[in-house]
Ligand binder design. Sequence first.
Ligand SMILES: NC(=O)c1ccc[n+]([C@@H]2O[C@H](COP(=O)([O-])OP(=O)(O)OC[C@H]3O[C@@H](n4cnc5c(N)ncnc54)[C@H](OP(=O)(O)O)[C@@H]3O)[C@@H](O)[C@H]2O)c1
Length: 252
Amino acid sequence: MAQNIQRFQGKIALVTGASRGIGASVAILLASQGAQVILLARNQRLLEKTDDQIKKVGKTAILLPFDLMEIEKINLIGQAIYERFGRLDILVSNAAILGTLTQLVQITPEEWERVLKINFTSNWYLIRALDPLLRLSAAGRAVFVTSGVTRRIPAYWGTYAISKTALEMLVRIYAAETAMTNIKINLLSPGAVKTDMRKQAFPGEDPKKLKNPDEIAHAFLDLLDQDCTLHGKTIDLSLFNPANKESIRIYD
Ligand SMILES: NC(=O)c1ccc[n+]([C@@H]2O[C@H](COP(=O)([O-])OP(=O)(O)OC[C@H]3O[C@@H](n4cnc5c(N)ncnc54)[C@H](OP(=O)(O)O)[C@@H]3O)[C@@H](O)[C@H]2O)c1
């Protein structure tokens, strides 16, 4: 237990999409192992709920109610973190929306722009704003959350699949450009997880068959650890079984 508390002691971590689902679980776990977490999402009430869980593990979080549609304000997040902490150790870029599952020709321009902005473009703005702060860390770590849809050609999932495919190339290029630094950047594909997004995608599915966000949150921590050596990889948890580390697949 004491070893776990030390693992992220003193680390400054920004988690996007921390109001519920996977992001909330990762943020709570990071805090429980010593990190100072900054929780970003739109819903203040749900951010407070995540913070309540963090208080139960003896830490306090910084709440950052923010809409990632406001991409031009993302640089202000970098400025605020720099002024308060002088660096950023960990970025978990997890926030995303599913959008409407429909044919490409049925998607409205507004929907196209919204999904691409939140799932893809905001990540480029986050990288621009936070890369200097990650470089100021002794061991900057970033994980960007992608999806298994990028490995298929999923009819009706156009905006979501295109946004995640673009995200993957963005992150791989960022990893290539930081190969000579102390930063380690990876993609993580969580597989089917019991969250609001999964329910929206598969409303008729039996949720008992799905992994809980808490189960997969542990897999994030190895990528965020200062001893992580993986860089520019995709960690695929679609076959993940907590009892078997071999079930985690890693792709270039
Ligand atoms: N669940 C799965 O089976 C699954 C499978 C593959 C990939 N993923 C990926 O895993 C990640 C987490 O998904 P999840 O399943 O945990 O989804 P979720 O429960 O729907 O959570 C999404 C999070 O993103 C935040 N968010 C959405 N729009 C935002 C915006 N405009 N600005 C700021 N925050 C925003 C939401 O907070 P607010 O609504 O409060 O803003 C929420 O905290 C996503 O990248 C998703 O694509 C999930």
